[in-house]
Design a protein around this ligand. Structure first.
Ligand code: SF4
Ligand code: SF4
Length: 435
């Protein structure tokens, strides 16, 4: 079965939610919508305190080539536009606070129309103005991926249905419950990219999703590919390697090997943008973990405070240790449950209290080297970084680290390897900016 070099197989922990259909979370009384939820420049606010908005109204316009608009996720009144800490980075970011009117009145521009006959440019424009970003977690603007430069022709569209992070099941449920919507979104993207070679890649721990997508893809020419269950199978470079045996060059992008990767949830957001002129103001995510009473897959509005979703899941089942946005391998710890759901939030993981593991000395077992899917030598990199030899770490390709966490997970000495690599990458980036 196709796969990639390295990687790990942590316990999946998906049983709590994989059989639970997606439920719609109740609307919150208040939304916090950061204007930086995507890779690239934050959007610039176009509303002010006191303005009335409808669900789907533009509240922030793109402020750069790599940027997308942001929309209100509920109707109501703008209570403030304030600089608040970003839930993931802690850095201040302009945030639109909306008091819901309880009506959920849709912006009148939203509605079904017939997109047959749309040109590629019209599809890309619809995706851009709907603020669609990659819903797998990276939140890269989708219209940019759909606009590759002429010198990089795309021959393959890869659709990522792997969902390799433990605990998360939102993509699994989307594939079971909305396969036709995914296929429609894929059709628009394949048309824009001018390719008929489409591969929908799904790990073999989701046989029901493989079956549902195979049935939905009948007659389209799209291939459904069953992949070995292994983390990080859903990372772009590993997915390309597994499906196409192509190697994205160091510092390169999938388009440099003729490929664009999109997530299954993103395909539905593209369908919504093109067919319904519907901005991305809600998404499906998994709220789970041992510290939440009733784990669920939820459809929630962007900007909903996490606490509101936890309450809908019956509250905390005991003392809370860590609250993570995303999965346990690549997710980011939140400072509190007042943080809002973002476009890139694939899950909320509530973990119980655990003692902080004590680091021991490296025993040179090589487990981290065997686990690294990027072919790096984490044990050497961390010794460079801890000795402040950042140039040496750079020469040994620390910038190629995808922060998957396989090395830390494998390390018997519990060395916080990936923390060191994140630090080195941000220091090197800051140094490059200064220069
Ligand atoms: S976090 Fe970086 S160094 Fe560690 S296994 Fe993943 S890619 Fe390799
Ligand atoms: S896995 Fe940990 S102990 Fe083993 S070589 Fe890597 S850093 Fe050292």
């Amino acid at each position: 079965m196709p796969t990639f070099r390295g990687g790990v197989h942590p316990r999946e922990h998906k049983e709590a939610t994989e059989h639970r259909p997606v439920e719609t979370a109740p609307l919150p009384p208040l939304l916090l919508i950061p204007l930086s939820q995507h890779t690239g420049a934050p959007s610039a606010p176009v509303v002010k305190k006191g303005d009335m908005v409808k669900t789907g109204t533009l509240i922030g316009e793109p402020a750069g080539h790599i940027s997308v608009p942001t929309h209100a996720s509920l109707s109501g009144t703008v209570a403030d536009v304030a600089s608040l800490p970003h839930p993931l980075t802690g850095r201040p970011v302009q945030t639109v606070i909306i008091d819901s009117d309880g009506e959920d009145n849709l912006d009148p521009a939203i509605g079904e129309h017939n997109p047959e006959g749309f040109t590629a440019a019209q599809i890309v424009a619809a995706v851009r103005s709907a603020g669609v970003v990659g819903l797998g977690g990276a939140a890269f603007p989708t219209f940019v991926k759909l606009s590759p430069p002429k010198e990089s022709p795309i021959d393959t569209l890869l659709i990522n249905g792997c969902e390799c992070e433990p605990f998360l099941t939102a993509d699994h449920r989307i594939m079971l419950e909305s396969p036709a919507g995914i296929i429609e979104g894929i059709r628009y993207m394949a048309m824009v990219l001018n390719t008929t070679n489409v591969i929908i890649a799904i790990e073999d721990n989701k046989p029901d999703a493989i079956q549902a997508m195979t049935r939905a893809a009948e007659g389209t020419g799209f291939a459904v590919r069953r992949l070995k269950t292994k983390y990080p199978q859903g990372a772009e470079k590993q997915l390309i390697k597994a499906c196409l045996r192509r190697e994205v060059p160091s510092g390169g992008l999938p388009l440099h090997v003729g490929c664009v990767v999109q997530n299954v949830g993103t395909a539905i957001a593209v369908r919504d943008a093109v067919r319904f002129n519907r901005p991305l103001f809600e998404r499906v995510l998994t709220v789970t973990g041992p510290a939440v009473r009733e784990p669920k897959n939820l459809r929630a509005r962007i900007g909903t405070p996490v606490r509101h979703l936890i309450d809908f899941c019956g509250g905390y089942s005991g003392p809370l240790g860590r609250l993570v946005m995303g999965g346990p391998m690549m997710g980011i710890a939140l400072s509190g449950d007042d943080a809002p759901v973002l476009k890139g939030t694939s899950g909320i993981l509530a973990l119980g209290p655990e003692p902080e593991p004590q680091e021991e000395s490296c025993i040179r077992c090589g487990a981290c080297v065997r686990a690294c899917p990027m072919g790096l030598a984490p044990t050497r990199l961390i010794s460079h970084i801890r000795a402040q030899r950042l140039d040496a770490a750079k020469a040994e390709h620390v910038l190629d680290c995808v922060e998957c966490g396989c090395c830390s997970w494998s390390c018997p000495a519990r060395i916080r390897l990936v923390h060191g690599f994140k630090y080195a990458k941000s220091e090197l980036a800051a140094r490059a900016r200064r220069q």
